[in-house]
Design a protein around this ligand. Structure first.
Ligand SMILES: Cc1ncc(COP(=O)(O)O)c(C=O)c1O
Length: 325
């Protein structure tokens, strides 16, 4: 029995349909208690602020977020006895707002993007005497992924080598923390960032849009460790949403836009690595990593490249966008 819901953070690693001769596996983060990968940094940032004496019982936390961090913070705040004010661009899905309100958080909507939300949170921090956790700069964000997500993946793959980590970038906490931890064990591993085609700042382009929830903030986040990156892939919102529908209907995996985009990019990288290593295929269904074998049960060569990606949250958080219709 867990003493608190906060003790249940963690997620499975699930093989998804993979290009011939390769394995793509996704960390299914919707299985965390607050429903996304952001439970991890939310908890770590709150605990670090408590340790530093910055946050005390009854204090108010304020944070700008496109949604999942806000939900994570609202959940941790409820479980730990804090008030929470979440500042969000009004373009983000209403489900996210409803979930935060359900946890008892106050929501402040701003006209504009995440940069405008950051400005408003700064004002509240000064006027309301609230504590801002600053997910874009707070080193507890990547550290949470280093210590939990990264460690879990290593445990879940066992003796197998990992050939690439392919993941979307918002604050950069996930790719930087997981990338650093996995590289310690697998120094040759590639780390590939994924960003929206219309907000491709890592690819050196000017941001033109804000189409993805959670991915592509339109600036390079201080928490992104660019030195870890070997490459950047871009994905359009249309391709991502088509892939999200396919994942739900053909693989039973209900995920959001950034997860589907990461899956598309992970498959590109896996196909390239499989060609490079010339591993025989095809094998798209074998559950090599999951324990319980699924049909058809086929041996995959030990040297089939393994690409790990991240599915941040559930498609249920995107229903109002109409993307599954
Ligand atoms: C849905 C979604 N995808 C991707 C990301 C990117 O994760 P990170 O901020 O760790 O780069 C986030 C972050 O909030 C997210 O909510």
């Amino acid at each position: 029995m867990n003493r608190s819901v906060l003790g249940t953070v963690g997620s499975p690693l699930v093989q998804v349909e993979s290009p011939p001769g390769s394995i793509v596996a996704a960390k299914v983060e919707s299985r965390n208690p607050g429903g996304s990968a952001k439970d991890r940094p939310a908890l770590a940032m709150v605990e670090a602020a408590e340790r530093a004496g910055v946050l005390e019982q009854g204090d108010t936390i304020v944070e700008p977020t496109s949604g999942n961090t806000g939900i994570g913070i609202a959940m941790v705040a409820a479980a730990r006895g804090y008030d929470a004010i979440i500042v969000m661009p009004e373009s983000k899905s209403p489900e996210r707002q409803q979930v935060m309100r359900a946890y008892g958080a106050q929501i402040d909507l701003v006209d504009g993007d995440i940069s405008d939300a950051k400005d408003h949170a700064d004002e509240l921090e000064a006027t309301e005497d609230a504590v801002q956790l600053r997910q874009f700069e707070n080193e507890s964000n990547p550290r949470a992924h280093y210590e939990t997500t990264g460690r879990e993946i290593l445990d879940q793959v066992g003796e197998r080598s990992i050939d690439a980590l392919v993941a979307g970038v918002g604050t950069g906490g996930t790719i930087s923390g997981v990338g650093r931890r996995l590289r310690e064990e697998h120094p040759e591993m590639e780390v590939v960032a994924v960003e929206p085609a219309d907000s491709a700042v890592l690819s050196g382009r000017e941001p033109e849009g804000d189409s993805f929830q959670g991915m592509g903030p339109g600036f390079v986040s201080p928490n992104l460790n660019r030195e870890l990156l070997d490459g950047v892939e871009t994905v359009t919102i249309d391709d991502a949403e088509t892939e999200a529908r396919r994942l739900a209907r053909e693989e039973g995996l209900l995920v959001g836009q950034s997860s589907a985009a990461s899956n598309l990019a992970a498959k590109r990288v896996a196909a390239r690595l499989a060609t490079d290593t010339d591993v025989p295929g095809p094998d798209t269904q074998t559950n090599l990593l999951g324990g319980v074998p699924e049909t058809p049960e086929t041996e995959l060569p030990e040297d089939a490249p393994l690409v790990v990606t991240v599915f941040w949250d559930s498609g249920e958080r995107y229903m109002s966008t109409g993307m599954f219709e």
